[in-house]
Structures are given as C-alpha cells and as structure tokens.
Design a protein around this ligand. Sequence first.
Ligand SMILES: Cc1cc2nc3c(=O)[nH]c(=O)nc-3n(C[C@H](O)[C@H](O)[C@H](O)COP(=O)(O)OP(=O)(O)OC[C@H]3O[C@@H](n4cnc5c(N)ncnc54)[C@H](O)[C@@H]3O)c2cc1C
Length: 409
Amino acid sequence: MKEKRIGIVGAGAAGYFASINCAEKDPHAKIFLFEKSRKSLTKVAISGGGRCNVTHACYEPKELVANYPRGSRELLGPFYVWQPNDTINWFEERGVPLKTEEDGRVFPISDTSSSIVNCLRESAEKSGVILKLQEGVDQVEKDASGKFNVKTSQNNNYELTHLLLATGGGKNAEGYQIAQRLNHTIKPPQPSLFSFHIDDPILIGLQGLSVAKVNVKHEPSGLEQSGPVVVTRNGLSGPAILKLSAWGARVFADCNYTFDMRINWLGSTKKEAAQSQLSEARNTWSKRLMVSDNPLSLPRRLWKRLLTSSNIDLKTQWAHVTNKQLQSLSQTLTERSLSVKGKSMNKEEFVTCGGISLKEVDFKTMESKLTPKLYFSGEILDIDGVTGGFNFQAAWTTAMIASMAVTNS
Ligand SMILES: Cc1cc2nc3c(=O)[nH]c(=O)nc-3n(C[C@H](O)[C@H](O)[C@H](O)COP(=O)(O)OP(=O)(O)OC[C@H]3O[C@@H](n4cnc5c(N)ncnc54)[C@H](O)[C@@H]3O)c2cc1C
C-alpha cells in the first residue's frame, strides 16, 4: 500500500484535533502539522477569558444547530457523528476532567486553558504528529497525479496525498487564498460576536450594570434576542447583544454598524402589561416614593434612570404619578429606541462570519466537492456559532469528520 502523507495547515483547535485523530486512526500515515507562527494553539490558550470554554452541554443535535447563525443546516449530520458529549469524553479519557456551569458552558475543572493546550500538545506528540512550527504554507499546487505540492515559508517542498486546511478565520486569512487557488469561493469575512456602541443619556453612568432578561430587536430585519444585557463603557454587551450581533453579522456590516434597535428592559412583557403593573403599584403603594419601590424588580440604578428619562421627579409618590407619566414610563421600559453607532469586539470570544462556501464541501467527509483529497475544518469554513463553546465544538466536529474521512480514503 502507498504511504499516506497528510498535510494539515494551521495548528489551532481544528488542526490539532484533526492531526491527533488522523495519527491515532492510522499510525502508518505521515502527518505534517504546519503552523506559520512560533506557537501553536494560541487562540485556545486565550479562549474563554483564559479558561477555555471547550464546548456546550447541549446533547441534542437538532437543538445544538440552532446556535449557529451560519452552518446550522450543514452541521446537523456531523453532530450526529461527533457532538459535545463525545468532545467531553475525548478530553476526560485523556486526563482532563471538565465541568458544566449553570448556563451550559463547559470548562476544564482546573479553570485554565493550559489543561486543554497541554492535552492537545501531548496527544499530538505521543501519536507521532510531525509539528512544523514557524513553517507557514505559502503555495499549494495539485499535480496531474493528484498529489499536492506544498511550498512553505522555510522554502521546503512537501509532496502530500491529502491536504486539510484549518487556517482559521479573519479578514485576511491566508487559507482563503490557498483555497481560492484550489477552486473555492469565499463568502466575504465579517466579524461576529461584538458589543454595540451606544451614546445615549439613558446609559450614562450605568457602566457595569447587568439586567437579567432583556429583549433587543432590530426592526428592519426582524432579528431579536432575549437574555442578559450588560452596560459597558461605551454601550451595551452581554449574551443578548452578542447573539443579536451574530445573527445580524451581515446585516450590521452592510449598514456599517449604524442602526436603531429597540430595547425592552422587561424581556417579553408588553407595554400594556407593564402599564397595568405600574397602575396596580400606584393603587397599592400610594404613599410611598416611586424611586424606592419598583414593582418590576429592575436594578435600582436603572429604575431611577428610567424614571428621570420619563420626566418623573424622583420625589414623586406613587399616588401622584399621572396616567401620562405612567404611559411614558411603560414606553421607556418596553419600547425605547437606541441608536447604535459602531461596535467593539467581545474580549471573551469573537469569530469570523464568512469563509469557504459551504455548498462546495461535502459534510459527510469535509472533503472539497471541487478538488479531491482537499479537506476543511474549523473557522476557515463559513460557519460560526454564538458565544458559549459552540465555536470550538464546530472545530472539534469538523476536524473529527475530516480525520475519519482522510484515514478511510
Ligand atoms: C479571544 C477569543 C476567545 C475565544 N474563546 C472561545 C471559547 O471560549 N469557546 C469557543 O467555543 N470559542 C472561542 N473562541 C473562538 C475559537 O477560538 C475559534 O472559533 C477557534 O479557535 C477556531 O479554531 P481554528 O483551528 O479553526 O482556527 P485558529 O484557532 O484560528 O487556528 C488557525 C491556525 O492556523 C494558522 N495559520 C494560518 N494560516 C496559515 C498558513 N498559511 N500556514 C500555516 N499556518 C497557518 C494560524 O496561525 C493559527 O494558528 C474565541 C476566540 C477568540 C478570538
């Protein structure tokens, strides 16, 4: 049998996971893992605020795919093959115990990403992966016999039987150029998972405040999300905002991150329902100060701000608030418009929307439909998830499927 020489480009999460699994499945194959920088796994090391949110405790593929603004349809089949439970077992079998936090995010018990980084590095070394650090892949050509001729930044040439591109995302990712030369189309890369810049008096001085169940809606596209929101130095962040940014990544890029959105500080409570709660409070608490007693369990600082921005004096007793003022307050509570002017990347996790067009990839194998023996894994694909461990899961799954296909071919 002819020797398999597998080239894996990019020593990030997807490249490492694919290399290890190729090497373990086919100990006779020669596996080269090329990394252009001095260090491997740099994103894994800084991920999840240094703790590495390795996956998400969502074990039903149909539910899991709902967390991917791009790639949900394509990932369904792959998740039946390799899903979060498999990822958890894989790391635990290699001596990295994991824990699930209340919101479903999975981290190493050690609370440090180095547990994941060391596990991947040790597993690769043990299984015989040939790591080529500071050896970026510059050029790839496919010859008449079907082999890949790879030229690296060290001026070395490699003749390979299989090539897997796992070069990640980003605006100018080199992997896109390599893929384009091998017949592929790139969906324009745009950032996903970002916070909104909002310069509005209602938020001034509220930095650090967090509200548990807020609804944010972009009316023109109909996109909306609910969940916690956090007031930042220059606007809003938190899970609801990050999710909205992910689902609206293209829409918001098209309007240069300048748009209006509606905020409902009470989540799904409608204006009329809010107003009747407020009227009830007026009847019950007549002698008490509005600022001291808030019937909607909102943080005190926010409640105070909502009162003043609805022209309600902070010395007003519940008995003295007018119907008009209550109308204005319920409007501010549930339908306030905020103008977004710009974005900031989320420090905890950000990803690229865009990449290799999914139509050109067979998701049973991760092989290119255009160039045989060429495979893709991870963020180079036009796949991205919301925050919570979903991006790494897409990397582990696509890498595992590719490694199965490469070693079986
Ligand atoms: C700050 C931050 C925190 C994050 N935290 C989380 C988290 O907690 N949970 C989660 O699920 N997701 C998280 N993400 C997203 C997650 O890190 C990525 O989705 C994931 O790393 C993608 O893996 P990848 O292997 O496809 O790409 P990458 O990790 O980007 O790896 C690609 C590698 O390819 C190399 N490369 C590129 N071009 C070449 C070339 N021509 N030759 C050789 N090598 C090349 C690059 O140097 C890089 O090392 C975070 C992202 C960021 C930025």
